[in-house]
Write a protein that binds this ligand. Sequence first.
Ligand code: ADP
Ligand code: MG
Length: 377
Amino acid sequence: MNKYILCLFFGMTLIFSGCSREISSDSLSGSAQSPPAQEETRKESGPSENAKSDEVVLSASRDIFAMDTYMTVQCYGDQCEEAADAAVLEIERLDSLLSVGNPESEIIMLNGSGSAVLSDDSAAMVEEALSIYDGTGGAFDITVYPLMALWGFIDGNPAVPDEDALHETLSKVGSDKLHYEIAEKSLTLGDGQGIDLGGIAKGYTSDRLMEIFAKYQLRSAMVSLGGNVQLYQTKPDGSLWRCGIRDPFAGQDSNALLGVLSARDCAVITSGAYERCFADENGTIYHHILDPKTGYPAQSGLSSSTIVSKSGMLADALSTACYVSGLDGAIKYWQTRSGDFDMILVTDEKEVYITKPLQENFSTDYPVHVIDEGGIQ
Ligand code: ADP
Ligand code: MG
């Protein structure tokens, strides 16, 4: 019998009201939402009315399972059905291109052969990942793949690895051992290396969905790809979306929120230790965000890290990177590019650190410290 308990926390629905902190929100960042109540994993809903005075706005939504998580797409506008269908097709296309569970995916083929000329999609992610690797001192490192496999996170059979095997595998990790020719989009892996785009792919995907929504001239849209939220324009009535941030200290079955961010036209992406984790027989919890320096699940003093950015890809990669870097590392990185993203960091001591531009639009009951260009205020 497997002595480890796998805990995949799919504890939330996308739209809800009346959580335990008495706050309501339109979407939730940081928690893969529950599967649809009905048996099938894809739902189609017909046009409906979303009242703004006497105006009728058509809406369509889809629930799908892809990239190993539950996803929801909500579209508002005259071409909402077409946009929602196109979004589902794009998610499915990227899932089969990138999935480490699909033996024919581009990433699995690359990991098997050791080199490849990348598709435009993979190249965009690899280039962003390499830049964030450099900028964060290696906290974000797509070459964690062999470590993820050793920990059993790839085959869904997680267990604490043997020390020697961990050190041997750790020696293969490091994006500095990759050879990437940007002009040809050609990537060659170092000996024993493999790449895993799991820390960036959902954010890249939600960026692509925003392009689709623009093409179909939607009024509004919102996607949640396993708790990675991206907002297109405002809500249909012109008000800001209210995006709930999951409380990292809530129990696994709780709907409690850390707070609510009012926002539009941006990605709100949270990484935390509470997703995809397992406990050993002593009750020690191990999660799926690895520190590439130690090979173990990151323990940086942060309980969750939320990134807000126009770019879903950047927000996704940085939510993981900042979680690994910890408070000081995340602040230093933000100070180098504060125009590109903002963040809400929660420490293990239950203190919230938020960059100044978000302050006005974020409400929480936890103690808040504001970060500006000079550091913590
Ligand atoms: P989620 O996928 O649950 O939304 P993250 O965005 O934080 O959470 O991504 C975690 C995933 O990123 C892991 O499942 C793994 O595929 C990959 N990963 C884990 N550690 C790192 C790391 N240090 N750098 C880059 N990718 C990582
Ligand atoms: Mg991420």
